[in-house]
Design a binder for this molecule. Sequence first.
Ligand code: DUT
Ligand code: MG
Length: 567
Amino acid sequence: MGVLEVVGVASILPFMQLMAEPDAIEKSRWLNAIYEFFHFENPRQMLIYSGIGIIALIGVTNLFTIFTTWLRYKFSWEIAHQLSVRLLRTYIHKPYNFYLDNNSSQVNTYIISEVGNLTGGVIIPIIEIFSRLFMSIVILSMLVFVDPKVAMIMFGGLGGAYLIIYLSQKNYLKRIGVLRIKTNLLRYQSLQELLQGIKTIMVYNKREFFYNRYSQASWEFSNIQPKYNLLLSIPRSVLEFLAFGSILGVTIYLYITAGNIQSAIPRLSLYAVAGYRLLPAMQKIFTALAKLRHNYPVVDKLHNDLRKSHGDYKMTETIKALPFKDRILLNKINFKYETATRPVIKDLTIELKKGETIAFIGSTGSGKTTLVDLIVGLLNPGKGQIIIDDTPLNASNVKEWQEDISYVPQEVFLFDDTVASNITLGIKAEEVNRKQLERATQLADIHTFISEQLPDGFATEIGENGVRLSGGQRQRLGLARALYKAPSVLILDEATSALDSITEKSIIESLQKLPQDLTTIIIAHRLSTVKHANCIYILDEGKVIAKGTYDSLIDSNKSFQTMVNLS
Ligand code: DUT
Ligand code: MG
């Protein structure tokens, strides 16, 4: 594009020469050579043909510009896509505690919004700088070739002015760049929270507070944009003034040195055309530099997150389950959340035989959920080990261990898709094991509801996070999901707490009828849920304060007696 543009600009000089001085062919070696080469019959003919030639050339140049523009954007957005998915890959492979320490809106904002800013504010500007710089240099060299002094003045004036403006804005641009990222994140975060809490917000009539929360963030963000846009456009006005001034200046200079203005017209046209091309090019370079400066903090942030990753994650979902034959041993495990001051689990040792059902009970906040998060390998114990048969759990086998497990967390996660897809977690419709699906939903006591009450049965869409279902229905879908996987370890964290006692009882009873080697870990506040467990552990502040079967605990443990009496 640069070459084409330069040829277009350069061709103006001989053309104007021909126009201004009919005897130019005799005077100029170049024109004479061209005249001879094409076997023109007279200067008039040469003038017309070269005019047509130049028009064609400008046409081709502009067509080519369209093509290169397309190429440039295609290239840039391809990078944007790659970066975006690479970031996502990095984030979904972060350890679970990353999500405890960071607001999820951050991931959201970076992957979607900031990658867009990176494309528009960094990648495209870099390409712009290269292409425009090349063009500017070639046009400038041509001007130097024609008249070094004028070229230097022109370049020095324009370049110097841009440089001064850029240097004076540099730090400010970066500062508002950092601020822009922060306020953009706040915008996303406050909006996401507003939408998640819409029910509470409506009932508590707190629309104003949450509205203002977003409004504040949006206002701060919107305050930055005009400043940034102004900074980008200031030099244009300054430079237009300078350029017009210099063209006039050059005209006067040439008038004085050449004496007669007629012979200066070709050169003046050249300067005008060169300026016409050079000014926007330099303006674009300036804008690109300023954009780069402003958006550099984005590069920093994203690079930082990408750098800490290994890059080549395996995403395959077909993982071989870790052999589990005999026992799970929690050997003196300790755990403290990074943000907390006190440990949640203290020197805990528990052995769990395959096929057994154990239960964790204890007051709220005693560390039950933390303990099962440790067992499933979402969290890593600070001290101590989790040993499966004889294999200590570590980063390299945790995925295989998770293949053995179905975990129904305290909050069931549902996504806006069909019932079947929510239970099978995205297995393709034709690969779904229908028999297993029926059995799992029957065990979870949700089969009748799905087939009789939902308009499209298993194909019914359940809405965002299952809003079209009741709390108990959501829990039973979570259970059905866990059973569909046919695990060897089933972990239920308050997974039946939203059910009425009768439904819960029938589910727990049917779970007991499952194959003998299913190992079950149940967390419950309702003691009837854990009545049949082989061993009940009472947790308090991360320690086991009593253990035993339901009956033996009733006999031996005072606080257990109180709990039973209260319930
Ligand atoms: N905690 C944190 N950071 C977290 C999660 C929990 O500091 O990301 C604290 C809160 C609580 C303790 O750990 O004081 C134990 O929490 P856990 O969720 O394990 O308690 P629980 O026994 O499951 O309580 P509940 O019966 O209310 O579910
Ligand atoms: Mg819990």
